[in-house]
Design a protein around this ligand. Sequence first.
Ligand SMILES: *[C@@H]1O[C@H](CO)[C@@H](O)[C@H](O)[C@H]1NC(C)=O
Ligand SMILES: *[C@@H]1O[C@H](CO)[C@@H](O)[C@H](O)[C@H]1NC(C)=O
Ligand SMILES: *[C@@H]1O[C@H](CO)[C@@H](O)[C@H](O)[C@H]1NC(C)=O
Ligand SMILES: *[C@@H]1O[C@H](CO)[C@@H](O)[C@H](O)[C@H]1NC(C)=O
Ligand SMILES: *[C@@H]1O[C@H](CO)[C@@H](O)[C@H](O)[C@H]1NC(C)=O
Ligand SMILES: *[C@@H]1O[C@H](CO)[C@@H](O)[C@H](O)[C@H]1NC(C)=O
Ligand SMILES: *[C@@H]1O[C@H](CO)[C@@H](O)[C@H](O)[C@H]1NC(C)=O
Ligand SMILES: *[C@@H]1O[C@H](CO)[C@@H](O)[C@H](O)[C@H]1NC(C)=O
Ligand SMILES: *[C@@H]1O[C@H](CO)[C@@H](O)[C@H](O)[C@H]1NC(C)=O
Length: 621
Amino acid sequence: MRKRSLLLSPRIAFRALLCFALFFILIGTAWLWHRAPQRLASISMPTSYEPPRPVAHPIDYLMKKAYGTYRTLLEKQTTNLPSATAAYRSRRGRHPPPGFDRWFQYAKEHDAVIVEEFFDQIYHDLNPFWGVHAKQIRQQAKHFSQVISVRNGNVSVKTDKDRVWMNLWSDLITNIQEWLPDVDVPINVMDESRVIVPWEDINQYIKTEQSSRTLIPLKEVVTQFTGLKQLDDDPGTLTEISWIDEGRFWDTARVGCSPDSPSRNMSAVTDFKGPPPDISGFPEGSFEGYVANWTSTKDPCLQPDLQEIHGTFVEPVSQATTHSLIPIFGGSKLSMNNDILIPPAMYWTNNSFYSGGEEHGGDWESKKTMVVWRGGATGGRNKEENWTRFQRHRFVSMMNGTAVQQAELNITGPGQGPNFSLQSYTTYHLTATRYTDLGTWLQQIADVGMMHLVCFPATGNLMCPYTDPYFELKDTMTMLQQYAYKFVPDIDGNSFSGRYRGFLRSTSLPIKATIYSEWHNSRLIPWLHFVPMENSFVDVYGILDYFIGTGVNFKTKNGTELTEGAHDEEAKTIAMAGKDWAAKVLRREDMLIYVMRLLMEYARVSDDQREKLGFVEDLKE
Ligand SMILES: *[C@@H]1O[C@H](CO)[C@@H](O)[C@H](O)[C@H]1NC(C)=O
Ligand SMILES: *[C@@H]1O[C@H](CO)[C@@H](O)[C@H](O)[C@H]1NC(C)=O
Ligand SMILES: *[C@@H]1O[C@H](CO)[C@@H](O)[C@H](O)[C@H]1NC(C)=O
Ligand SMILES: *[C@@H]1O[C@H](CO)[C@@H](O)[C@H](O)[C@H]1NC(C)=O
Ligand SMILES: *[C@@H]1O[C@H](CO)[C@@H](O)[C@H](O)[C@H]1NC(C)=O
Ligand SMILES: *[C@@H]1O[C@H](CO)[C@@H](O)[C@H](O)[C@H]1NC(C)=O
Ligand SMILES: *[C@@H]1O[C@H](CO)[C@@H](O)[C@H](O)[C@H]1NC(C)=O
Ligand SMILES: *[C@@H]1O[C@H](CO)[C@@H](O)[C@H](O)[C@H]1NC(C)=O
Ligand SMILES: *[C@@H]1O[C@H](CO)[C@@H](O)[C@H](O)[C@H]1NC(C)=O
């Protein structure tokens, strides 16, 4: 696993260098802060941002840095059509798609915060399609088994049977139908993502896109989409798509990684018995043990050890992956996937099981200073031989004071819990463990448990013979009940977790571990709007120690009451900043605005005239 160099002198030299670099970065940031213009004050900043004490902990530093990132992003906000089209042309290297003025007006009328970077995911997802024929995209889309179509501003749905997600997504698109060009939107109804094109092919497609990228002369610009009448009259024949539905998913997936990435040549692990390999020291690329680059933390191409610790790679519930570039829209994907992201259906639902409804929880001060998590033992098809490698099982065990105590007593082996390894936490210098054992502390601050032990083969009830000894089923808690706790970790299930948007909008603090990307990627800043966590959870005790310290009502071994080491104000700051920000950029309106922009671009790249289509009204006299 990831180990730091054991050579001491270069390490010390490196630290000294880091300190120097840090010093200058901090001075630089402070100076920039000072100079930051005030004109963006119309967007409310997180209040009381200045940490109440000098930067002393790595998390203090990461929070400060996150705030700098946010200021830089907000400076790019566009407030009128000319500035929006200019930002578009400069970032995308093309004219905006036809209808851009109406899109902008819609966004403006709905009080959207408009920053061109917020739409980066759209271009990441669609750019490869410039490398395949437009006609091929149209035909593949039309023939897919689940499709939401728009014709003349009217939505229609093709599906094999009634499906909740199809209903939700078609409701979403119906809300903006009159603004949309004709499109066929093929929908992935599975939890798992579907398209993984070998890296070399994607690289070629992206090169094609880059070479076609130009601001064509005004007189050559075509301003009307061709429309899909011709396709409807002559839909062509269905090209068979080959789906890979067996074998090790890791081997199917890693071909999407770049040849120089650590995962590309790493063949699939086959033995999943026992707990995952130990992690010693801080995770590579972290800042003193805490997530410093969220993009690389989540990326399976850069984190080969994810194949041993995440259900997606141990054994997904279902697999149907294609290596060809075909358009498929869905709610989440891995870094090596080429699916096209839309806001997940579960973010559109009004069902308060996922959203918490319009209630976001009470005041911070009224909450319990504790961690809460409830969920099913999903993550993939866990089996007797490999369930210890599933993220939810591991997380629940690591938050279970009793299990952790057993690990500390070396009951099943050195540092081994019944079915997990206690990862080195001494490097994190916890406060509470100076006075008591880790397990006792966790018993006081965590209320974490499974509601359903999802079993393969299925048992027909909530139990599971091979995991029963290690987990106790806890009562269901609604989202709103969970908001009565300050800390709400969010852990991947079979793919992304549908609770995330609700957690962000709540007055509680989301602590997020995931390997999945979502539509909102470039809108959310780690350590400002949420707390990022490693997928090994090696940092979880450090994170909780920073925010909670010993916790309230904490007793040392000799019975003395003590409260030490908490950063409650910082926890509240991130919880509130996330909530305020979600109320500005993750609204239902923002999902509509994102999808409207996405489908305009998708209509363009599917159009035979795509090289010429554009919006240029703003450049004319
Ligand atoms: C949408 O369909 C309805 C009913 O079929 C029709 O009356 C209406 O004109 C259509 N709208 C457009 C914009 O074509
Ligand atoms: C992976 O294998 C290819 C072909 O054998 C080789 O060119 C490449 O350097 C290898 N990459 C790594 C990271 O080892
Ligand atoms: C879980 O731990 C028990 C001992 O406590 C061991 O017998 C069993 O093999 C372990 N299961 C896995 C999947 O590692
Ligand atoms: C994060 O890591 C990725 C992948 O290594 C890299 O491309 C990116 O520049 C890094 N971001 C920052 C802010 O360092
Ligand atoms: C998980 O365990 C089952 C049962 O032994 C096995 O069939 C499956 O292949 C395992 N998963 C992987 C990825 O090895
Ligand atoms: C959800 O509620 C909103 C606002 O109350 C409403 O406009 C929308 O149609 C509802 N959506 C669904 C899918 O029921
Ligand atoms: C458990 O094992 C670790 C490492 O082998 C050792 O440092 C520790 O003292 C042991 N704890 C107990 C209670 O035996
Ligand atoms: C905590 O761990 C112990 C020991 O493995 C187990 O008996 C208990 O059911 C676990 N509790 C929960 C809530 O999973
Ligand atoms: C109890 O433990 C605390 C913390 O270790 C220590 O400061 C205190 O002196 C102890 N009190 C007694 C009565 O031993």
